[in-house]
Design a protein around this ligand. Structure first.
Ligand SMILES: Nc1nc2c(ncn2[C@@H]2O[C@H](COP(=O)(O)OP(=O)(O)OP(=O)(O)O)[C@@H](O)[C@H]2O)c(=O)[nH]1
Length: 585
C-alpha cells in the first residue's frame, strides 16, 4: 500500500474497521478516479490483491470505451451529488467478465476533499442463474410452441396466462379475434363464443365448460373429452384435456386440444374393415372358427353350426373343444391338437359326426395369430365338408385303376398288384402264378347280337373269374376279351405250385363254360340270350427274385397263344425251370 493511501486509511479510521470486516467489496475513490483504499472483498471480485488496485484508477475494471464517460459520472457525482448506482459488466484481472451491482456515497476526508465510497456486490452467480433460467424458459416456450397440441395455461379464474403457437393459430383459424389475446381473456368466455358460432346441427360440446369449471374450482384434478368440430369442408374430431398442475402456486390449469381426426378416421376404417370381415365370415360357405391357444372355439360362423349340427353356444361353451368329434379318443384328440398347432396352411383331415346326417369327411386349414411376444394367441381354422371331393377322388382313382365295364383292376393296377405279389413271394419264398385268359370266338357274339351282348358276357365272365379265386388274388381285365388272374402264394415246391395253378385254371375254365343267360334289350323289350363260351388260358408260374413282372406277363401271354393255336378252350403252361411245357388238355 502506498504511503499516501496509508495516510488516507489512517484518516479514514471510521471506515477502516467497516471496510476490513465487510463481506461487501468496498473502495474509496478520489476525484481523479484513483483508488484511495480497497478492501479484500473488493479486490477479490476483480481477481486482484488490494495492493494491485490501490493507487490505480478505478477505470481499470471497465472496458476502454466506457472509461471516459464513467470518469465523468464519477466526478459529477462528487461535485454535484445525486445517486450513482447500478449493475455493471466489469473486467477481471484475468480478462474475463463479471457482473457487479454497486452503490455509491460521498464521504469527506479530514483533508476536506470529497471521495466516493463504493459498495460492490458480485452478482455474476445470480446473473448466471438468471441467464440459465431465461434460457430454460425460452427452451420450454420453444418446445411448447413446437407442439402440435394446442396448449394454454389458465389461472384459477380461467384467465389465459399463456398459450402456445398452435393454440393461438387454432383460435384465430376458428374466427377468434387476435386482439383479444393481447389482454387478459377468459378461456370460458372464448369457449362460449366459439360454441355459439358453431354450425347448427353439430354435436353439443357444452360438457367441456362445465368440466373445466370443476377443474378451475379444484373439484376435479383433470378430465378428457372427445368432441367433433367440423368445418364446411372437413370432418374433424378433437380431444380436449384439462389438468390442474399439482403443487403449483398460484394455481395453474393446463388445457390442451389435439386434432385426432386422422386417428378417428383410421379407427372408423378399422371398424368398417372388421364389420366387413365379420359379414364375410358370416356368409362363408365353409365353416370358420377362431380357437384360443388351448384350442377352445371362441368364435364360430353359421356354416360351422350347419356343418356340424351344433348350435353356436354348444360349440363355444362345450366342455369338449370339438363336440362333433366326441368319438375321438384322448390320444387322437391330442394328435389333432398337435396337428393344429403345427399346421402351416396344410389340411388336416378328420371325420365329423353330425347328430342327424351321420359321419362325413372334413378338412381343416389352420393359420396362427401371434401376440407381440411372438407367442401363439389364436388359431384361425376353416373347415370344409370334403364328401364330394372324396367321391370325385375315388371316382378318379376308379377310372385310373379300374376297368369301367367290369369294375376289375385295369392293366396299370395289374402291374402294381403283380409287383406287390412278387415282393410277398420273395418274403415267404412261395411260388405264384399268372393266368392269361382270352375268350374264344367272342367277336361273333358282338357281330350278331351287338356290343351290349358282348358287354354283358364280359361282366358275367369277370364275376365268374372272381368267384374262382381268393380275395387276396387279383382278377384284372387287360382290354377286349382278355383277362389276367394273379395267384399269390401257391407253394414253396415248384411241382406242387404247378399242380395248384392247374387246378385253379381248370376250375376257371369249367366255370366259364357254364351257359350264360344274357339280357338283350331292344328298345322297351328285353330278351334273354342263352350263350356258350370257352376260354384259352396261358399259365406262367413264377418265384421271386428270379422273375420280373413284365417277363411273367409275356410268358403267360405266349402260353395263352399256344392254347389258341392248339385249338382253343385249353390251358397251356409257360416254361418254368426245369424247362418244360405242360398242358392239361
Ligand atoms: N362288347 C365288347 N366288345 C369288345 C370290347 N373290347 C373289345 N371288344 C371286341 O372283342 C373282340 C375281340 O376279338 P378277338 O379276341 O380278336 O376275337 P375272338 O373272336 O375272341 O377270337 P379268338 O380270341 O381268336 O377266339 C373284338 O371284336 C373287339 O371289338 C368291349 O369292351 N365290349
Amino acid at each position: 500500500m502506498s504511503g499516501q493511501a496509508n495516510s488516507v486509511l489512517q484518516q479514514e479510521m471510521p471506515f477502516d474497521t467497516v471496510m476490513r470486516q465487510s463481506p461487501l467489496g468496498m473502495a474509496v475513490i478520489a476525484m481523479d478516479g484513483t483508488y484511495v483504499a480497497v478492501n479484500d472483498a473488493y479486490a477479490r471480485i476483480y481477481g486482484y490483491l488490494p495492493t494491485e488496485m490501490q493507487g490505480h484508477s478505478f477505470l481499470m475494471i471497465f472496458p476502454e470505451d466506457q472509461r471516459e464517460s464513467l470518469l465523468r459520472l464519477h466526478q459529477n457525482f462528487l461535485m454535484y451529488g445525486g445517486t450513482l448506482s447500478g449493475e455493471w459488466e466489469v473486467l477481471r484481472k484475468d480478462g474475463t467478465h463479471s457482473h457487479v451491482i454497486s452503490e455509491s456515497a460521498c464521504v469527506r476526508g479530514q483533508d476536506g476533499t470529497d471521495r466516493r465510497l463504493v459498495y460492490v456486490t458480485d452478482i455474476s452467480a445470480r446473473r448466471k442463474i438468471e441467464a440459465e433460467l431465461e434460457a430454460s424458459r425460452i427452451f420450454a416456450h420453444a418446445v411448447i410452441d413446437g407442439l402440435s397440441s394446442q396448449l394454454c395455461v389458465l389461472n384459477e379464474d380461467g384467465i389465459i396466462v399463456s398459450a402456445n403457437h398452435a393454440w393461438r393459430r387454432f383460435y384465430i383459424d376458428n374466427g377468434g379475434d387476435p386482439e383479444h389475446l393481447l389482454k387478459p381473456v377468459s378461456y370460458l368466455e372464448i369457449c362460449m363464443a366459439a360454441n355459439g358460432s358453431q354450425r347448427r346441427g353439430q354435436p353439443d360440446t357444452s360438457g367441456f365448460p362445465e368440466q373445466l369449471k370443476r377443474v378451475l374450482r379444484g373439484d376435479l384434478q383433470s378430465f378428457e373429452l372427445e368432441y367433433p368440430w367440423h368445418t364446411p369442408t372437413e370432418r374433424r374430431w378433437f380431444i380436449a384435456r384439462a389438468y390442474r398442475l399439482p403443487g403449483v402456486s398460484p394455481a395453474r390449469i393446463v388445457v390442451s386440444h389435439d386434432n385426432v381426426t386422422a386417428l378417428k378416421n383410421a379407427q372408423e376404417e378399422l371398424h368398417e374393415a372388421l364389420r366387413f370381415t365379420r359379414k364375410l365370415i358370416h356368409s362363408m360357405q365353409d365353416g370358420f372358427m377362431v380357437l384360443d391357444k388351448r384350442f377352445r372355439p371362441v368364435e364360430v360362423n353359421p356354416a360351422m353350426c350347419r356343418m356340424t349340427g351344433y348350435t353356436e353356444s354348444s360349440l363355444l361353451y362345450s366342455e369338449h373343444p370339438f363336440p362333433y368329434l366326441h368319438h375321438m379318443q384322448t390320444e387322437e384328440l391330442n394328435q389333432l391338437f398337435h396337428q393344429i398347432h403345427e399346421a402351416t396352411e396344410r389340411e388336416i383331415e378328420f371325420v365329423i359326426a353330425h347328430p342327424e346326417k351321420g359321419h362325413f369327411p372334413a378338412s381343416m386349414t389352420v393359420s396362427r395369430i401371434y401376440d407381440e411376444d411372438g407367442q401363439v394367441m389364436h388359431y384361425i381354422a376353416t373347415v370344409k365338408d370334403i364328401t364330394e371331393r372324396r367321391r370325385v377322388e375315388q371316382e378318379i382313382q376308379r377310372l385310373a385303376f379300374y376297368d369301367a365295364l367290369t369294375g376289375l383292376p385295369n392293366r396299370r393296377l395289374l402291374h402294381d398288384r403283380l409287383e406287390h405279389c412278387l415282393r410277398g413271394s420273395r418274403r415267404h419264398a412261395l411260388h405264384g402264378a399268372v393266368l392269361m385268359l382270352d375268350l374264344d370266338n367272342f367277336k361273333p357274339l358282338n357281330d350278331h347280337f351287338g356290343h351290349d351282348a358282348g358287354d354283358s358276357l364280359l361282366v358275367e365272365v369277370a364275376n365268374r373269374l372272381q368267384a374262382c379265386v381268393r380275395a387276396s388274388d387279383t382278377v384284372a381285365r387287360l382290354g377286349g376279351d382278355e383277362f389276367v388272374v394273379i395267384i399269390c402264394e401257391l407253394d414253396s415246391e415248384t411241382g406242387v405250385s404247378f399242380e395248384l395253378a392247374a387246378q385253379i385254371a381248370e376250375k376257371m375254365q369249367q366255370s366259364l363254360t357254364i351257359p350264360y343267360q344274357l339280357r338283350l334289350r331292344n328298345g322297351e323289350t328285353e330278351k334273354i340270350l342263352q350263350h356258350h363260351c370257352s376260354a384259352s388260358v396261358g399259365v406262367a408260374l413264377f418265384s421271386a427274385p428270379e422273375h420280373h413282372a413284365a417277363d411273367i406277363l409275356k410268358r403267360a401271354d405266349q402260353a395263352m397263344y399256344q392254347a389258341k393255336e392248339r385249338g382253343r378252350n385249353r390251358v397251356c403252361f409257360a416254361d418254368f425251370p426245369p424247362r418244360r411245357s405242360a398242358s392239361v388238355h
